[in-house]
Design a binder for this molecule. Structure first.
Ligand SMILES: O=c1ccn([C@H]2C[C@H](O)[C@@H](COP(=O)(O)OP(=O)(O)OP(=O)(O)O)O2)c(=O)[nH]1
Ligand SMILES: [Mg+2]
Length: 172
């Protein structure tokens, strides 16, 4: 295993843990909520985590959802992944959303709500040109290669459910 990157952490709430990996080899270090919260269907909230960090230059950290919360409760992050810049010294906050249409979800202080993935990032310098070099993909995008899911539109009572035909699904 490669040597870990040292990251300075300020504990803004002395009773809450530092970000921590559940297992060796995990990519994400879990973050906890510093406050209780209850989210109704479709609601969102910004939750404090009780920690601030100083990333080394050339790194960023990304706040990712936890798949267990997503699968069990429909909970994700509005801005997934949230970006923590190397120069940011404020408290890491997590913008949680309850995507479930029927069920509320509650969090208790100390619950693990998200995970922080630390990565090296490149800085780019942007050079304006009149014409870009050609490529095989060219301007194709947004499903241009096909193979995506069918759209099923419910047209309301008294009408049949309308499914897009395969030819409709070859891109937009
Ligand atoms: O989920 C997140 C996303 C961002 N941040 C903090 C760290 C980040 O460095 C800063 C700014 O984030 P971002 O650049 O995504 O937001 P912005 O809306 O562009 O704000 P700004 O104008 O401050 O850059 O907010 C969080 O604590 N949690
Ligand atoms: Mg920004």
């Amino acid at each position: 295993m490669t040597a870990p990157v040292d990251i300075l952490v300020q504990r803004l709430d002395p009773d809450l843990p530092l970000p921590s990996y559940a297992h060796p080899g995990d990519a994400g270090a879990d973050l906890v909520t510093a406050v209780d919260a209850e989210l109704g269907p479709g609601e969102r909230v910004v939750l404090p985590t009780g920690v601030a960090i100083a990333l080394p230059d050339g790194y960023a950290a990304f706040v990712h959802p936890r798949s267990g919360l997503a699968a069990r409760c429909g909970v994700s992050l509005v801005n997934t992944p949230g970006t923590i810049d190397a120069g940011y010294r404020g408290e890491i906050k997590v913008i949680v959303v309850n995507h479930d249409l029927r069920t509320s979800v509650s969090f208790r202080r100390g619950d693990r709500i998200a995970q922080l993935v630390v990565q090296r990032v490149e800085r780019a310098s942007f050079h304006e040109v009149g014409v870009l070099p050609g490529s095989d993909r060219a301007e194709g995008g947004f499903g241009s290669t096909g193979g995506h899911a069918a759209v099923v539109a419910d047209m309301g009572s008294g009408t049949d459910t309308v499914k897009n035909s395969a030819s409709d699904r070859e891109g937009i």
